[in-house]
Ligand binder design. Structure first.
Ligand SMILES: [Zn+2]
Length: 297
């Protein structure tokens, strides 16, 4: 019996596993040194890294959601079809990682349409979910969920209900909620853990790589067992790639976050897939729609 079956046998919630598909040079923390004009001249490593992730997921017997940039889908259509053929969900991560709080409602709508069409054409499957680059739907973008609802998305996983130096919406609910009155759109925030009155980011990214595995294990167990809710976890293809080119001139803190423990990431992910039950975000959204957090009036 693998970890997935053991967790199901215990009655533990099935958590949402997600990959934000972008390449090593598209990270927000490097945008002061690598501009979007530079991207076309840089070597793509996302395809080999996604293939390694597909192999890891196949070994673990898990399915997941790949939130993909339109810019990537346009350049790697065969990879998109391999991901879909393996039974994973394909969803949108926007066009070129522009954060939502830097857009207007009109440019956001255009970004959604362009990326969705490109991702659907490349993969051959329908896109139903969206994740904002750098969890950039927050108190500055009160219009964003309404645009997603009007564009027909079933769910969004675009909010980090925590304070962070790059992102965060501290007042948002920690679990799935309907952000727009009269629409079925579900927002499923990335996981936070409670420590006293504080909320700690615990859904992946740099925290998962930099901190010992025990922190994430504790946090997800708290959410699953004490709160009885599913967790939402994410990571990036470049995080399993110790050979990626090093970006000189980026801020020291960004470089520390980006390059620490890359070589240990695959082993950590294997532990994570063994210790908890995981599935696609669209399936999580369907289950969570039965039990949303009620918004204060
Ligand atoms: Zn991203």
């Amino acid at each position: 019996m693998n970890g997935q079956m053991q967790a199901a046998a215990r009655g533990a919630p099935v958590n949402g596993l997600s990959v934000d598909v972008e390449d090593w040079f598209q990270v927000g923390a490097f945008e002061t040194v690598i501009t979007r004009e530079d991207w076309a001249g840089l070597s793509l490593r996302v395809e080999r890294n996604c293939d390694a992730i597909l192999a890891l997921f196949a070994d673990a017997g898990v399915q997941a959601t790949f939130f993909t940039l339109g810019w990537i889908a346009e350049r790697a259509p065969a990879m998109m079809r391999r991901i879909a053929a393996a039974g994973h969900e394909i969803a949108s991560h926007g066009w070129d990682h522009e954060r939502v709080f830097r857009m207007t409602p009109e440019t956001f709508r255009a970004d959604l349409a362009r990326s969705r069409k490109t991702i659907e054409d490349a993969s051959g499957v329908v896109v139903r979910g969206y994740r904002a680059p750098s969890f950039s739907i927050d108190a500055r973008t009160p219009w964003a969920h309404r645009v997603l609802a009007e564009e027909g998305y079933a769910y969004s996983s675009s909010v980090a209900p925590v304070v962070h130096d790059h992102y965060g919406w501290r007042e948002a609910p920690r679990f799935a909620f309907h952000p727009v009155d009269g629409h079925d759109l579900l927002e499923i925030p990335v996981t936070t853990a409670r420590l006293g009155e504080r909320r700690l980011a615990a859904g992946g990214g740099g925290f998962f790589r930099v901190l010992p595995y025990g922190f994430t294990r504790w946090a997800i167990a708290q959410v699953n067992r004490e709160e009885g809710r599913p967790a939402v976890f994410y990571f990036h293809p470049w995080e399993i790639d110790p050979e990626q080119p090093r970006v000189a001139g980026a801020p020291l803190r960004s470089r520390f976050r980006h390059y620490t423990n890359l070589a240990r990431m695959e082993a950590k992910l294997r532990r994570l897939t063994r210790d908890f039950a995981w599935g696609r975000m669209d399936e999580l959204a369907r289950r969570e729609a039965e039990n949303p957090v009620r918004m204060a009036a």
